[in-house]
Design a protein around this ligand. Structure first.
Ligand SMILES: Cc1cc2nc3c(=O)[nH]c(=O)nc-3n(C[C@H](O)[C@H](O)[C@H](O)COP(=O)(O)O)c2cc1C
Length: 142
């Protein structure tokens, strides 16, 4: 049987000013629904200013979702941090896991820490998500 590789893409972007927790939760709800339909899994964090999101699935589905997400005016400045083929998924149980982690908090919440500590998550991915959160923590120091 041919081995089906998984494309994993991680980007950061800047939210539309004022985008609040409710709007984030609504993005998350739509993302979960759509992603389940097209076989995408991943993780998204929002710190009140920026998003970091990992999308994984077959190459065509990831590219298609990214295209739609890129057109969304609730954020801009989408910058791809990594785009790799992987032997397996890192967030297989999550059609889109997500957390709102306000920058002032600067803490990795237990449930996100748990998701990132799964053996399936590679070191490079863990580092990107952790540094996203620590950048927020540094900014909040007066
Ligand atoms: C930061 C961010 C992340 C998003 N992530 C996803 C996603 O993972 N999957 C998805 O289908 N839509 C995602 N969306 C929403 C899409 O941009 C778009 O609104 C949605 O796919 C349209 O779905 P609909 O045609 O069912 O209304 C995201 C939007 C933003 C702003």
């Amino acid at each position: 049987m041919p081995r089906q590789s998984i494309t994993s893409l991680i980007y950061v972007s800047t939210a539309r000013p004022g985008l609040d927790q409710d709007e984030f939760l609504s993005i998350l709800g739509v993302a979960e629904r759509n992603n389940q339909r097209v076989g995408i899994t991943g993780l998204i964090l929002y710190n009140g200013f920026n998003f970091i999101q990992c999308l994984e699935g077959d190459r065509a589905s990831v590219n298609d979702r990214l295209y739609h997400i890129g057109l969304d005016d609730r954020h801009n400045g989408l910058t791809i941090l990594s785009h790799d083929d992987m032997p397996s998924r890192q967030f297989a149980q999550w059609s889109m896991a997500g957390q709102y982690l306000p920058i002032q908090q600067g803490l990795l919440q237990a449930d996100v820490a748990k998701i990132l500590s799964d053996d399936a998550v590679i070191e490079a991915t863990r580092r990107l998500f952790e540094s996203f959160l620590s950048l927020g923590a540094k900014q909040s120091i007066p």
